[in-house]
Structures are given as C-alpha cells and as structure tokens.
Design a protein around this ligand. Structure first.
Ligand code: SF4
Length: 155
C-alpha cells in the first residue's frame, strides 16, 4: 500500500489534530473524483518503518492518525492502524474509506473513526447536509455514533 503525501489537518476528524496520510491506488472511480492523483499507483510504500518516521516527533502534538483512502488494501489499513495503537496507545486512529460498507470479515477494533461513502458530486462532501457520506465514531463495545452533522456548522 502506497501513499502520496501527508499533512497535519484539523477538520477531517472532529476535535482531533490529525496526521492525515493520503493513500494511493484508489479503486473506487467515483465520477467527478476530487483527488484523481489518488487513483494512481503512485508514491512510496507505507511500511511500518515509514509510518513510524511520519509519526515520530509529532506523537505528542497530534491526537490522531488518519488513513485517507486505501480501499484497495483495507486489511493493510487495519493492520497499520493496529500498529499505531500498539506503538502510541494514546493516539486515536481513523480511516476515510470510499466504500459504502466495509468488508464483513474486516475487524474494526483498531479504529476510532470510520468515514464511509463514495464521493457523489451532486450530494457533496461531508460538510454538505445533502451528503451521502458519513463519519462515525467507533466505540469498543461495538456502538457507532454518527458525527456527520458536526461538519455542517460551516456549510
Ligand atoms: S474514493 Fe476519493 S480518491 Fe477514490 S475515486 Fe472516489 S473521490 Fe476519488
């Protein structure tokens, strides 16, 4: 699984300072894709070593690591999220998937946040009340809380 770039972001996961890692090789092919570069098989391999290099030095400044994309390798997203939890237990983890549902066999216990839904231009992204996308807070007991309305204050 490869990534193109990374950034520290503030809006993608509410109340979190997130190291967002933009993963490439997206298979979803949403019409009107807002990030076509992420459909390419481009960038560097996101190994545990590379992930650690991205986090180290920021681990007390950020509160969350966000995996943005990665739908070609969901099991690898989960594996790396588990690595984050093991190595930096105080950090939360999130995944921005373009799928409508996750594969049934995929365990989500290493994720604190999950965004679901393809990009549909006519419905808009998460910050539009018309959006088809949803951002969930995941809890250890299996509950999920829909945080999507938190994005609409600035819509
Ligand atoms: S999920 Fe995102 S990157 Fe992938 S095709 Fe859809 S809009 Fe583009």
């Amino acid at each position: 699984m490869k990534y193109l770039n990374h950034d520290v972001v503030f809006r993608e996961f509410p109340d979190e300072v997130t190291l967002a890692i933009n993963l490439t090789g997206c298979p979803n092919r949403c019409p009107g894709c807002h990030s076509p570069a992420l459909q390419e098989d481009a960038g560097d391999e996101l190994t545990e070593t590379r992930l650690a290099a991205l986090v180290e030095g920021r681990e007390r400044l950020i509160t969350c690591v966000g995996f943005m994309g990665g739908d070609a390798r969901p099991e690898e997203v989960i594996r790396l999220a588990a690595y984050v939890k093991l190595r930096w237990p105080w950090l939360r983890t999130g995944w921005y998937s373009g799928r409508s549902v996750t594969p049934p066999s995929l365990g989500l216990s290493s994720l604190d946040y999950l965004k679901l839904g393809p990009y549909v231009a006519a419905r808009g992204p998460l910050d539009r009340p018309t959006t088809n996308q949803r951002l969930y807070r995941l809890y250890g007991d299996g509950r999920r809380e829909d945080l999507t309305p938190r994005f609409w204050n600035n819509a």
